[in-house]
Design a binder for this molecule. Structure first.
Ligand SMILES: [Zn+2]
Ligand SMILES: [Zn+2]
Length: 180
């Protein structure tokens, strides 16, 4: 679905749609979409005659899944958020853009004419909402560097001697062996 400028100059465009996993691309985020992603909202030109800035307002809802960076258990989060985005035309001059968003805390993006695609808007929005680092819980104790147990579930008497980076190397080494 394209939000093209020529149409937006005439009237706002509404959307109310869903995407199944695979239709949107979240590669590189470390997260995968679980189940449907629902998105509704309205897209309009901020100033029809002026800067060609597009405002997207709406809601987005889905479940995302990843693995805990410390203990490797599955982590699932429910995303249910309001979308408040401003999109600037690549061809608009930067001073106009700064002036427009002064004092307004919203996310921003850029589009190439004829206008942004809904899938790109949603992909960007989800990426912005995802936590940088996935952990199952803040106090996750992770995996024991030596015996490999999940320290959230069991206790061990190992004394930590390996630094984190050496543990990473060892883990890579183990993966290699597994793959052979
Ligand atoms: Zn964890
Ligand atoms: Zn241990």
């Amino acid at each position: 679905m394209l939000f093209d400028i020529a149409t937006l100059e005439l009237h706002p465009i509404e959307f109310d749609t869903s995407f199944v996993p695979g239709e949107l691309n979240f590669s590189g985020s470390g997260w995968i979409q679980q189940g449907r992603l629902d998105a509704t909202g309205v897209v309009e030109l901020l100033e029809p005659a002026g800067s060609r800035t597009i405002r997207v307002c709406g809601t987005i809802a889905t479940k995302m899944q990843s693995t805990c960076a410390r203990c490797l258990e599955l982590v699932e989060i429910d995303l249910e958020e309001e979308i408040r985005l401003l999109y600037f035309s690549m061809s608009t001059d930067a001073d106009v853009q700064k002036h427009e968003v002064a004092g307004d805390q919203v996310d921003m993006g850029f589009y190439e004419e004829p206008g942004p695609e809904l899938v790109d808007v949603l992909q960007e929005q989800v990426m912005l909402l995802l936590p940088m680092r996935s952990v199952c819980k803040d106090e996750c104790k992770g995996i024991c560097e030596q015996c490999g147990i999940n320290r959230n579930e069991e206790k061990c008497d190992c004394v930590s001697i390996l630094s984190d980076s050496r543990w990473d190397m060892l883990r890579k080494f183990k993966l290699k062996i597994k793959h052979q």
